[in-house]
Each structure stands twice: as C-alpha cells, then as structure tokens.
Design a protein around this ligand. Structure first.
Ligand SMILES: C[S@@+](CC[C@H](N)C(=O)[O-])C[C@H]1O[C@@H](n2cnc3c(N)ncnc32)[C@H](O)[C@@H]1O
Length: 243
C-alpha cells in the first residue's frame, strides 16, 4: 500500500481507532527494552526539552491526538498544531480547550499555509514522516525552511531504509513475499512488520534538507547512547536541522 497523502488521510482520519491516543505505539520502547513511560520521558528530555526555550513559537507536523503536543505545550509561548486529519485537529482542540496560545492548522498534507515566513523557533514531527513519500518530504523541507526563523531548529523522525536499495522499493507492492523480502534487505529485519515505513533513507532526508537550504546538525538512532534509548525499531532515524 503506497504512503500517499490520500491513504494517510483515510487511515488516520477514519480507520485507526486511536485506542490510547498515540500511546498504542509503544514498540520503540519495547525494542529498547525499557518501560514505555521511561522511554517517553527520555525522549522529552533529550529531544524536546533540550531544544525549546521558554516562550518559543513551536510547530508540530502530524500532531495526531497530541501525544507529544502536551510536552511541547509545557514550554511553548505559541504552539501551532498541523495535521491533515480533521478528526485529529478536532481532538486536539478539545484536549487544549482551556489554552489560548494554541493554533490549529488542518493542512493539505504537504504545505504549512497560513504559517508566516520566519516566524517559528522549533519544529517537531514524530511518527509522521515515517509514513510519507519523498515529494511530500521535499515539500515540507521547503516549508520548514520558509517558516523557521534564522537559527531555528527542526527535529524530524523518519525511516532509515538502505539508501542503495531504494530503487527496489517497488517490491513492497508485490504482495507479502515481495514486501517481506524488501523489508529484510532494506531494514535488515527478518521478523516484525515494516511498520508501513515509506521508501526513505536517512541519506535521502539529508539530501532533501540540504537541497532546501537547511543545515544538518545530527542524524541519530539513539539519543541516549549509554542506555541505547532511541528509535531502533524498523531502523528509524531522527534528523536535527537548523536554518
Ligand atoms: C502515526 S500518527 C502519529 C501521531 C503523533 N505524532 C504521535 O506520535 O502520536 C501520524 C499522524 O500524522 C498525520 N499525518 C500523516 N501524514 C501527514 C501529512 N502528510 N501531513 C500532515 N500530517 C500528516 C496523521 O493524520 C496522524 O495524525
């Protein structure tokens, strides 16, 4: 199944049951062999808290049911929540009903229309770019460059398939056997599913970011090297960018 904007909207707006409002995605913690709440706190401390300053303008792409938005909202002066699913935007409106410093943007899945140029200090996206296609990532990189203030940062979670095998990505659409074979060679995973990861490598994210004028500060799989806490499941990566 392709990772198109239409299919993403269908899945997240209609099909997914959001039974734990995002906390159902505890597989990365399991893979790291740590408690899910511990993993979440570690992610907050190392990737969110260390990148946001008091009163920053913060933007999240693919907010879902606000699993990370509640952390972003602790420090942000203004928080802009973007999602292509109207149900997710509605859920977040209710979640933050008492907050007046949160803006909601129901977008077309590739643009940040309505967000002013050079107005954002920090951009966050988790478990969203892992499901989207190259041309959409390219469009978001262009938009990230447009809306970030000079010196502003973005932290993006995305797939890390083998760059040199991406041309074989058509195999994902050749039924179970093809999908399994491609998952094994592009993610080095013999078990597990492919987590509906799009056909993206960390090199590709790096290329798209620099093509759009962004500087790559880091690409990592573990933010806590000692305890090996990160996003190893499906061989995912986190890219940290600066304008
Ligand atoms: C797997 S959920 C993750 C939600 C949340 N970030 C979390 O970690 O709990 C993916 C989210 O990204 C949104 N999404 C998917 N494709 C998108 C796109 N191209 N642009 C904006 N949002 C998108 C979906 O509607 C959904 O809310």
């Amino acid at each position: 199944m392709k990772n198109s904007i239409i299919i993403n909207r269908e899945i997240w707006n209609e099909k997914h049951d959001w039974k734990k409002n995002g906390d159902e995605w505890d597989g990365q913690a399991l893979k790291c062999k740590v408690n899910y709440n511990y993993w979440k706190q570690s992610l907050y401390q190392n990737l969110i808290n260390s990148n946001i300053r008091e009163n920053d303008t913060v933007l999240e792409i693919g907010a879902g049911h606000g699993r990370w938005s509640v952390f972003l909202a602790k420090t942000a002066g203004t928080l802009i929540l973007v999602d292509l699913s109207s149900n997710c935007i509605e859920f977040c409106r209710n979640l933050f009903v008492d907050r007046s410093n949160i803006m909601y943007v129901l977008n077309d899945g590739k643009n940040l229309a309505g967000v002013k140029d050079a107005s954002v200090d920090f951009i966050w996206s988790f478990d969203t770019f892992v499901h989207i296609e190259k041309f959409v990532i390219n469009s978001y990189m262009q938009e990230i460059f447009r809306v970030l203030k000079p010196g502003g940062r973005a932290v993006i979670h995305h797939p890390g398939r083998n760059h040199f095998l991406l041309w074989l990505g058509f195999m994902r659409h050749l039924g179970n056997m093809g999908n399994r074979f491609y998952r094994t060679i592009s993610m080095c995973r013999t078990r597990d599913t492919d987590g509906w990861r799009s056909n993206i490598s960390k090199q590709m994210v790096r290329n798209l970011a620099s093509k759009n004028g962004l500087t790559i500060i880091d690409q990592l799989q573990s933010w806590d090297e000692k305890e090996k806490i990160g996003v190893p499941r499906f061989n995912d990566y986190i890219t940290i960018l600066r304008k």
